[in-house]
Design a protein around this ligand. Structure first.
Ligand SMILES: NC(=O)c1ccc[n+]([C@@H]2O[C@H](COP(=O)([O-])OP(=O)(O)OC[C@H]3O[C@@H](n4cnc5c(N)ncnc54)[C@H](OP(=O)(O)O)[C@@H]3O)[C@@H](O)[C@H]2O)c1
Length: 362
């Protein structure tokens, strides 16, 4: 049995479809709205049934996890979920896959030890997730002089994702305007690129430097001399909405911020994304370029992935991570997907997925 929380959401719906389509096993789909979960279960190609569960209700969550081989969490907001569902999964003897979490959840779950033989994979989406995994295809067996990462497009934010976007700041997430140079974070080295034309992006875009902790690990793992990482926006509306909210939100532990404090800021982010979408439609692009050191062996220098729906694409990544855990391709322990999944196997699966418009490695 696979337990999937948040199956009716923008990410979870596709995760449910792919998990059943891959034939990974019977599915228990959970959420607070039982009728919505039951409607979804009825549309899935494999065996699936719905269960009412609120992840903040420890008794219901434990019952949901009971009997599962793996618990898959597509519910958020991630800053609140942290290691709550992972701990319930481990207590039930199940492995775990989460759409979010990043270092904050990984560290929280790792504190106090992990039961022997159990596996957890956090941040198994597009970004974080693919954004730290696919660039590894450029660095296989050869050192890079420089690695550039551009990820973004015109995607409508769900309110949950908007809240997480607002709260992914601080040292556990990344450093704005920084690059990675000569083995360390080099602060205040990059500036936004405004109105820049980039391969794969259908319109000129605004690229904001943000050296995520995921990009920092990527830099260390690949030994690249320099890494530049950009969040890409199609207009200035979203960076302006995010910047205005950050200026107004108190710089405290996110757990102390009430939903009422966050709601108007999340609304502003959602509205900005809806306006972008109304102007330009939906698209999502991941562009990674690598320049090898002089004398390095030949290999690909560019990975380009395009899709219409980044949430659905994240659902595909969740299903691939679930399959990797179930087949034993991920060793026991607590991992981030970008470091634990196989870049080649993931790229091959994505290439064959109808939700991916283009995936070229050249
Ligand atoms: N890594 C990435 O690339 C990436 C990409 C996109 C999104 N995300 C993250 O994924 C998470 C989900 O985003 P989304 O856009 O899919 O959200 P969404 O469309 O609002 O879906 C949320 C899902 O979670 C369920 N849910 C919410 N609260 C719950 C609770 N307390 N207990 C049980 N189920 C609950 C909802 O069902 P009910 O309302 O019925 O409970 C729904 O099925 C967010 O944390 C977001 O930041 C990550």
């Amino acid at each position: 049995m696979i337990g999937l929380l948040g199956a009716t959401g923008a990410v979870g719906r596709t995760a449910a479809q792919r998990i059943t389509a891959y034939g990974l096993g019977p599915l228990r789909v959970g959420g607070r709205d039982l009728a919505g979960a039951a409607d979804l279960a009825a549309t899935l190609p494999g065996t699936a049934h719905a269960v009412r569960v609120d992840l903040n209700d420890p008794g219901r969550l434990a019952a949901f996890c009971d009997g599962c081989r793996v618990v898959v969490n597509c519910a958020g907001p991630s800053y609140q979920v942290l290691d709550t569902v992972a701990r319930a999964a481990f207590a039930a003897g199940a492995d775990y896959v989460d759409i979010g979490g990043e270092l904050a959840a990984k560290d929280a779950l790792s504190t106090g030890g992990v039961p022997e033989g159990r596996t957890a994979v956090f941040s198994a989406g597009v970004m974080p997730g693919l954004s730290g995994l696919l660039p590894r295809l450029l660095a296989k067996g050869r050192p890079l002089r420089r690695l550039d990462l551009y990820v973004g497009g015109a995607a409508v934010f769900t309110p949950l994702s908007a809240v997480d976007a607002l709260l992914t700041r601080g040292p556990k997430f990344g450093t704005p305007m920084a690059a990675w140079r000569a083995g360390r974070v080099a602060p205040n080295t990059l500036a936004p690129l405004n109105g820049v034309t980039l391969p794969g992006f259908p319109v000129p875009v605004h690229a904001w430097p943000y050296l995520t902790t995921e990009a920092q690990t990527l830099a260390m793992d690949t030994g690249a001399d320099e890494v530049r990482s950009y969040n890409v926006f199609v207009t200035e509306r979203l960076p302006e909405a995010l910047t205005a909210s950050w200026a107004q939100l108190p710089d405290t532990d996110p757990a102390t911020l009430s939903p009422a404090t966050l709601a108007p800021h999340a609304d502003a982010v959602v509205r900005a994304s809806l306006q972008d979408n109304a102007d330009l439609g939906a698209f999502y692009v991941m562009l990674f370029t690598g320049r090898p050191r002089p004398g390095a062996s030949p290999g690909p220098t560019r990975v380009l992935l395009t899709a219409v729906d980044s949430y659905a694409l994240s659902g595909v990544v969740m299903a691939l991570a679930t399959r990797a855990v179930l087949t034993g391709s991920v060793p026991p322990g607590v991992h981030l997907a970008a470091e634990a999944l196989d870049p080649d196997a993931t790229a091959t699966a994505l290439h064959d997925d109808p939700l991916v418009e283009e995936l070229t490695i050249r």
